[in-house]
Design a protein around this ligand. Structure first.
Ligand code: BTN
Length: 298
């Protein structure tokens, strides 16, 4: 039985189990079992003898609720090593397909510069989206900046170069790990791996981390946030060099004294290829350390 179609029918109004069974050509027991599975995803479905099944809470997060909420195929994994690794595996099987891989938990989450990404299961967003910008490989990094800025717009936060999603005080709400597949002159695809701290309240041993719930006090519906983020990412025009003005407008880095490796000074501009200009020197990769005006790390 197509469970996404079943959820759609239930969401449209009260419908009896027998009518559903007839409509989907299955037994009433099969309908009951499918409804139980939908409830296990967190969806509220009431069933009464008179009114039939009725959707009372649409805030589920799972293999049926996500494609239903996002109106697209989603590979949902309750648990995996890394969604980026899963997306890469899907791409190797079918290089032309469009993929959104979402996990509820990762045990080998990868971060930038060889770090790990740790997130409490069931409370955050962990996803990888395959994108196909029409740019040469040298412009892939600035596409990632543009996608980060689009996400910062949704989250109403800032972007720390290159693409950390941070609060105005510099605490990290989320991060991006982009992995590139490219020919010599053209990007084939980018796996955009995104981790957003959503409903996690504590970050033991990570003093620079925060989450949407810590910052706002409000629990968020992860599926609707995911839908907004994916729509914003895919709305960025990457048919050529992307516009970096939205990144500049949300930058936490420009106009500040920073240190990246051996380079230290004013972060004055972001170049069209995504390089950060620090003290007049273009920097292509690294971690930004914010310096106080006297040159000491903060
Ligand atoms: C960083 O700030 O270092 C980037 C973190 C990126 C983490 C996400 S979680 C989903 C996706 N899968 C991974 O293994 N990593 C990215």
């Amino acid at each position: 039985m197509d469970r996404v179609a079943l959820l759609q029918v239930i969401s449209e109004g009260g419908i009896a189990g027998s009518a559903l069974a007839q409509r989907f050509g299955v037994s009433r027991a099969a309908v009951w079992k499918a409804v139980e599975a939908l409830r296990e995803e967190g969806l509220g479905i009431e069933g009464t003898a008179g009114d039939g099944y009725r959707l009372t809470d649409a805030t589920g997060f799972g293999p049926v609720s996500l494609p239903w909420r996002l109106h697209r195929p989603v590979t949902f994994l309750p648990h995996c090593g890394s969604t980026n690794a899963e997306a890469r595996r899907c791409l190797s099987e079918d290089p032309d397909s469009v993929h959104l891989v979402v996990a509820d938990a990762q045990d080998a989450g990868r971060g930038r510069l060889g770090r790990t990404w740790i997130a409490e299961p069931g409370r955050n967003l962990l996803f990888s989206l395959v994108l196909r910008p029409s740019v040469p490989p040298q412009l892939a990094a600035c596409c990632v900046l543009a996608w980060a800025a689009a996400m910062a717009e949704v989250l109403d936060c800032q972007v720390k170069w290159p693409n950390d999603l941070v609060t105005p005080s510099g605490l990290k709400l989320g991060g991006i790990l982009a992995e590139l597949q490219a020919e010599a002159d053209m990007v084939r695809s980018v796996i955009l791996g995104v981790g957003i701290n959503v409903n996690q309240r504590e970050f033991p041993g990570l003093p620079q981390a925060t989450s949407l719930i810590v910052e706002s006090g409000k629990e968020r519906d992860r599926a609707s946030l995911l839908a907004e983020l994916v729509a914003a990412i895919e709305a960025v025009d990457t048919q050529g060099p992307p516009d970096l003005d939205p990144w500049r407008a949300r930058s936490h880095t420009l106009g500040r004294q920073v240190r990246i490796g051996d380079v230290e000074g004013l972060a004055s501009e972001v170049r069209a290829d995504g390089a950060l200009i620090v003290d007049g020197t273009p920097v292509l990769a690294g971690d930004v350390e914010m310096l106080a005006e006297d040159g000491c790390a903060r």
